[in-house]
Design a protein around this ligand. Sequence first.
Ligand SMILES: *Cc1c(COP(=O)(O)O)cnc(C)c1O
Length: 367
Amino acid sequence: MQVPMLDLKLQFAGIKQEVMSAIEDVCDSQMLCLGPAVQAFEHEAAEFCGCKHAIGVSSGSDALIIALMALNVGPGDEVITTPFTFFATAGAIARLGAKPVFVDVDPGTYNIDPDLIEASITAKTRAIIPVHLFGQMAQMEPIMALARKHNLAVVEDAAQSIGAEQDHVPCGGVGTMGCFSFYPTKNLGAFGDGGMVTTNDDDLAQILRILRDHGQHPRYFYQRIGGNFRLDAIQGAVLSVKIKSLDDWSDKRRANAALYDELLADTHVTCPVIESNNLSVYNQYTIRSSHRDQLQAYLADKQIGSAIFYPKALHVQDCFADQGYSPGDFPVTETLCQEVLSLPIFPELTEDQIRTVARAIGDFSPA
Ligand SMILES: *Cc1c(COP(=O)(O)O)cnc(C)c1O
C-alpha cells in the first residue's frame, strides 16, 4: 500500500465547490488585494486564535519580518531563537541586520529549552522568537517571565501551529505578536503563499497595518519605510472557507498521532513528546531513530513517504558562517538533525495506511 507524505488533493476534493464559488466571488468583485475578503478572514482568524487583531500578510516569512520591523529591530540588536527550525525564523532576524542568537532545544519536544535562554540575554537583546515546532507550543510561561524581567518582546513563530493550545490558551496571543504561515503544507494552507500576524496590542496592530502597505498613512504619505506585504483577496477567500474545517482536521491529525503512538511504542524509534499542558495540532509527527537514513530508505522502498525536518541546524549553515558559531555548540539540535524523521500525518490518512507505516517501522532492522 502506497502512503504519501502529504496529499492535498484529498482535502480539496471535499471543499471544492465552496472554494471555487468563493474564488468566483472575488473574481466578480475584482477587489484583488486586501479588501473585504481579507478583512472577513482577518476577523475569523482573530476569533479562532483568541486575539484582538489579525493582520493578513504575504507569507509566514514576511509575518516574521514585519513583526520585527514593528519592534524596530535592526543592526546592533540581538534576537534569541532556536537553531532547530525552518530557515525563515532566523532569516528574518538577519535580513533586518540583527544577529540571531541561538539557544538549544529540548530533546523530547524539539522546542527551545527555556532554562537555557537567560544565559544568552545581553544588553543588545531585543526579542525572543520561540518557535512552536511541528504543531506544539514552546513553554511560554518561563519565556514570558524572562521577557518581563529583561523588558523583551516575544514574537511567537506559530507558522506550524495554528490552533495549538497551552493551558487552554491558543498560540498567537500569548506573546507580543504571533506569526502564522498559510503555505499550502501548513495546517491551514492557502492556494499559494500567505501569512498573518496576530496581536492584542492596538498600537502594534495599527503599525503592522501601515507597514504592510509601504508605511503609508494616510494614502501617499509615508510615516515609516514598510513594504508590500499584502495578502491577496483570493487567498483570504480560500482561507475563510478552510478555517471552518480546521478544528476537525486538527482532531484527525491528533487521532492519527495517537494511533502511531500506540503502534510504535514497542519499536526501536522514539515517539514525539507532547507536554501535559499542551494541545498539539501535529503539523508533523516526528520520530527519532539512530538509524534514520536507513529507515527512510527502507520506507521509501515500500512506497511510504517521509521527510527530514531538518537535516542541518541553522547555526552551521554557510550563510551564517559570520555569526561565530561552530559545530558542537548545540548538541541536542545537532543530534536531532541526524535522527529525526517525519511520518505522514495529514488528516485524510486512513487507519490502514497508518498501520502499514507502523508495521514497516516494526519490521525494519538496521544492517
Ligand atoms: C513555514 C514556516 C515559516 C515561513 O512561512 P512561509 O509562509 O513559507 O514564508 C516560518 N517559520 C516556520 C517555523 C515555518 O514552518
